[in-house]
Design a protein around this ligand. Structure first.
Ligand code: GLU
Length: 309
């Protein structure tokens, strides 16, 4: 089976050092196995989409030498496929319409991502309620994965998450459903992304099983966090990407990914840095920490990208 990786940015702003890290990891991981690397724009969540951010992201990837294969896919063009998948889940009895307001849905006990849905509409909409969202039924069997970076990870979806939303009350397809439908459609075999999404993966595996899709391999790489422990946002001043010394910025990403690139690469071409990384790539050396403190790298980044005096 041929290897296919992907990078799926949300067009809510420009790439920064944290998103470049995930892009580099997914690119190198696919190319190191002789695979293709696809780019998909996760632009379903229209209220968060920033006009032209997708173009900006694609230009940045190209400028860093991260060349993708084939056409870039936009999730906004895939609504019919999501609708068909949701229909199928409903006809199989796996999904149900939910009439609960956000407040009602949050009345349950707390799981790992907030309140667990209390099951109110699982056996049918209560009389007099209209459908708002669509949810997927989960079970109390463990959903287990072996992540190439984080190792063994499991959840009991019924206890940890609850029946989760696949079509939101605003009509927008939920991230979990869209991702699974598109990963299957694009025949993705390697999902390499930030570890902030590790807790989503059991839901995605559960969906793959319900829809009869193959399961890709997963590798969740550390995410860069600021001093308050928050994932880097879109306007990260000092950690914004720069248009000069791009090789040095790739060098810093590889270094954060535990790959120990030689110093000379900071002054080499982007192609040389990425070529070195593809030859040397060892996913087992990527730190399994879920978070890396951005400030710990800021010095090295500023210095190598030519910001330091
Ligand atoms: N669009 C998501 C993000 O930018 C990533 C989705 C994924 O890789 O599954 O955080």
């Amino acid at each position: 089976m041929s290897v296919i990786g992907r990078f799926a940015p949300s067009p809510s702003g420009p790439l920064h050092l944290g998103s470049l890290l995930a892009a580099v990891a997914s690119f190198v991981h696919a190319r190191a196995q002789g695979g293709q690397w696809l780019v998909r724009i996760d632009d379903l969540d229209t209220p968060r989409v920033v006009p032209n951010a997708d173009r900006h992201i694609l230009n940045t990837l190209s400028a860093f030498g991260l060349r993708w294969d084939g056409q870039v896919m936009h999730q906004a063009d895939r609504r019919e496929a999501y609708r068909a998948a949701i229909e199928r889940l409903r006809s199989q009895g796996d999904a149900f319409e939910c009439g609960c307001t956000r407040r009602e849905a949050r009345a349950g006990r707390v799981g790992i991502e907030g309140p667990v849905y209390p099951g109110t509409c699982r056996r049918g909409l209560p009389a007099g309620r209209r459908a708002r969202s669509v949810r997927l039924k989960v079970s109390n069997r463990p959903t287990v994965l072996h992540d190439a970076v984080q190792g063994h990870y499991e959840q009991i979806l019924a206890d940890d998450i609850g029946d989760f939303v696949i079509r939101r009350a605003d009509g927008i397809t939920a991230y979990q459903l869209a991702t699974v439908v598109d990963d299957a459609f694009q025949q993705i075999t390697e999902v390499v992304r930030g570890a902030d999404l590790l807790s989503s993966t059991p839901r995605q595996i559960w969906l793959q099983e319900r829809l009869g899709y193959p399961r890709p391999n997963y590798a969740h790489v550390p995410v860069l966090v600021d001093t308050a422990g928050q994932k880097l946002g879109k306007s990260q001043g000092a950690l914004a990407l720069r248009s000069e010394r791009r090789s040095a910025q790739l060098w810093v990403c590889l270094s954060m990914l535990g790959q120990e690139p030689p110093d000379r690469l900071c002054d080499a071409s982007q192609e040389s840095v990425l070529g070195w990384a593809v030859d040397a790539w060892s996913v087992g050396d990527v730190p399994s920490r879920v978070e890396l403190a951005a400030h710990a790298y800021q010095r090295s980044w500023s210095h190598r990208s030519g910001l330091a005096q």
